[in-house]
Write a new protein. Structure first.
Length: 326
């Protein structure tokens, strides 16, 4: 089956108690993630979401974002990650152009969504994550949606490689934002390429600092590692103090998986390793991978795997693997 959501069923059978997603001090095992994804898929189906329908995501990085990726794919629906840095007018245009049926967001964006909703004739439901009070209908609470379908299971629909997995819009620097169609075949090829080239396994943990609405956050570190059965550590948004150092030095006795083994160097704040040297942390003698050698290249003559002719001939299991900036 080519449906990305089916990989979660596979890992449930292989490693149900393994940690799948971490944010701050909370975590979800594969079993817990699988349960929530199925309940969410049932909830979305109850809102009328089905094959080909578009679900907009206006969210900072959080486990619910990944739950929505799995749940929409499980239904054969299409998820639409929105850049939270865009203007209200741009969100309105993208949601209208994509004919989004549902939007899932958080309290910070409620007013903007409500101001835009009147112009969005296809938008039927609004789902809110968190918040002290739920706005009036047609808003639905995210956890309430899951609770209505406690214990339900939704089988992943069968999809073709050319079927649409998601829509991602450009920033529109030359005109209006443009929708990029990403298929299940695109995602599958990319995930398998990352698994093979970077040597990803279920033992890997990746730190996601970049926004999940962007391929640099969602695709470069996250989905490939989840495909392989590894763990994803989410930083909610840029600017917080948690960095590569905090997670690479995480004690082995922690409730979450110890140590980050893989991440995208472009999203790691360089001051994190400088801070470790000045504070005498366990990484005080460690240098960032992009300043010493490229991924899987011991020569130090290249800063990216693509430029390293010997990368395919060297060991795949180097510590702290990183695809650093060129």
């Amino acid at each position: 089956m080519h449906n990305f959501a089916s990989i979660l069923d596979y890992h449930l059978a292989q490693r149900p108690e393994a940690v799948a997603v971490v944010q701050d001090e909370s975590s979800l095992t594969v079993r817990q993630l699988h349960e929530r994804v199925n309940e969410l898929a049932a909830g979305l189906a109850g809102l009328g979401v089905g094959r080909g329908d578009v679900v907009g995501l206006l969210l900072y990085n959080q486990p619910e974002f990944l739950e929505l990726v799995y749940a929409t794919n499980r239904l054969g629906a299409v998820f639409l990650p929105l850049n939270y840095r865009l203007s209200e007018e741009e969100w309105q245009y993208i949601l209208g152009h994509a004919q989004a049926k549902v939007i899932v967001t958080e309290p910070e964006f409620v007013r903007a969504v409500e101001r835009s909703a009147g112009c969005l004739t296809d938008l039927e439901h609004r789902v809110l994550i968190g918040g002290d009070e739920l706005p009036e209908e047609p808003w639905t609470g995210y956890e309430e949606l899951l609770a209505r379908h406690k214990g339900e299971r939704v089988e992943p629909v069968d999809v073709e490689l050319g079927d649409l997995q998601r829509l991602m819009y450009t920033s529109g620097t030359t005109s209006r934002p443009k929708g990029v169609r990403i298929t299940y075949g695109n995602l599958e090829a990319k995930n398998l390429a990352h698994i093979v080239h970077f040597g990803l396994t279920a033992a890997d943990t990746t730190l996601v600092c970049g926004p999940l609405y962007h391929v640099g956050g969602l695709d470069m570190p996250a989905l490939g590692v989840l495909h392989a059965g590894g763990s994803v550590v989410l930083q909610r948004k840029a600017g917080r103090s948690i960095t590569w150092v905090d997670w690479t030095c995480r004690p082995s006795g922690s409730s979450t998986r110890a140590g980050v083994s893989y991440s995208s160097g472009s999203s790691i704040r360089r001051e994190s390793w400088t801070r470790s040297r000045s504070t005498g942390s366990p990484m005080s003698g460690w240098r960032p991978p992009w300043s010493t050698r490229c991924l899987r290249c011991p020569t130090g003559r290249s800063t990216t795997p693509a430029r390293c002719a010997s990368s395919s001939a060297v060991a795949r299991r180097l510590p702290n693997r990183c695809c650093g900036p060129s």
